[in-house]
Design a protein around this ligand. Sequence first.
Ligand code: ADP
Length: 163
Amino acid sequence: MKIAVYPGSFDPITCGHLDVIKRAAKIVDVLIIGVLNNSSKKSLFTPEERVELIERVVKDIPNVKVESFSGLTVDFAKERNATVLVRGLRAVTDFEYELQIAQTNHKLNPDIDTIFFTTSVEYAYLSSSIAKEVASFGGSVQGLLPEEIIDTVFEKLNVKGRK
Ligand code: ADP
């Protein structure tokens, strides 16, 4: 059984993340979305809230699970018997950082490999930060954030936003 972990901040999940999730879920048996609980990174949503938002969005994909974790990604993957890490690549700017993480993780645990999904072009510019920026000014986040979470994001930002 091929188990993969897709680690990230997901603050909050975007349509770009969801695109990677759907594609990865088709090629592994179980995909565990690992929400990194990184207290040094300032986030809009708590790890528990981020897990709940993702669960809402992936509820119809049967082989996807969502959990939060802290510590090393490779340790979390090993605990879950995962041998694959999933990451997404948007632009060249992602490449150097992602390469560094993948190589470090492989050094820490040679049994675990990282596979990359190149972004679908419509999401190439999209990040959680960009979506939050647009939402914070009340702009439309349709197509940036999954439908199921849009109201919650506006509520959290205390903004009366356009859908
Ligand atoms: P992190 O803080 O670990 O980078 P993110 O939630 O920002 O967490 O991203 C998690 C992963 O999803 C990263 O590999 C990132 O490159 C990928 N990703 C983010 N946005 C997109 C997108 N629009 N298309 C494809 N991959 C994406």
